[in-house]
Ligand binder design. Sequence first.
Ligand SMILES: CC(C)(COP(=O)(O)OP(=O)(O)OC[C@H]1O[C@@H](n2cnc3c(N)ncnc32)[C@H](O)[C@@H]1OP(=O)(O)O)[C@@H](O)C(=O)NCCC(=O)NCCS
Length: 183
Amino acid sequence: MRLETQRLQLRLPEMADLDGYAATLGDPEVVRSLGFGPRTPEQTADAIERMLRHWDRHGVGLFSVVRKNDDRLLGRVGFLLWDSDSWRNALNHELQGPLETEIGWTLGSAFWNQGYATEAAFACRDWALGELGLTRLVSLIAPENTASIRVARKIGEALEREHLPGPFDRRIDLYALGNGPAR
Ligand SMILES: CC(C)(COP(=O)(O)OP(=O)(O)OC[C@H]1O[C@@H](n2cnc3c(N)ncnc32)[C@H](O)[C@@H]1OP(=O)(O)O)[C@@H](O)C(=O)NCCC(=O)NCCS
């Protein structure tokens, strides 16, 4: 599976992305809003495997975002399924029950504020609502994560629910576009 935008290629993650992901997911500034600490290279390799497993099991997942003009890995943007009762996700758990499809984004800090997350997110959104036939997407975002909220709003999501009852270490709100909750 592959998507393309003016400046970006979105393709499945691969182990050759390890150095790029290790730099991004090992950076405390990047992971601060993600609910986990900086990843070691070993944990990052495991994260790549889990991203690929998510694609295999669910037919959607997180894309590696590669800049076309220099082949740099900028980060990951794409999809992650959540159980809408327990608010646990399919990267870390085998899920049953009603699921929500999250559209999410994480880029290395050197690449922030150049419109890349928005550009990749529009391509993912259009693929999901078009080819995949989904009618609803959500994003789980902490209220202080202004940049992420901006991206969510730019692709048409709006705040739907505050303070999800999940296993989070902080307040997490639900942004959504499309038909009402999946449950
Ligand atoms: C969230 C993230 C992916 C955004 O990536 P990005 O490529 O910088 O996003 P874009 O450039 O497409 O858009 C960012 C928007 O947020 C705005 N923004 C960025 N930092 C901001 C800040 N500190 N305060 C207010 N607005 C901010 C930008 O101005 C831009 O909005 P605009 O187009 O209206 O000007 C990136 O910051 C990131 O990877 N953060 C760490 C991981 C993370 O938090 N992921 C989301 C978890 S929910």
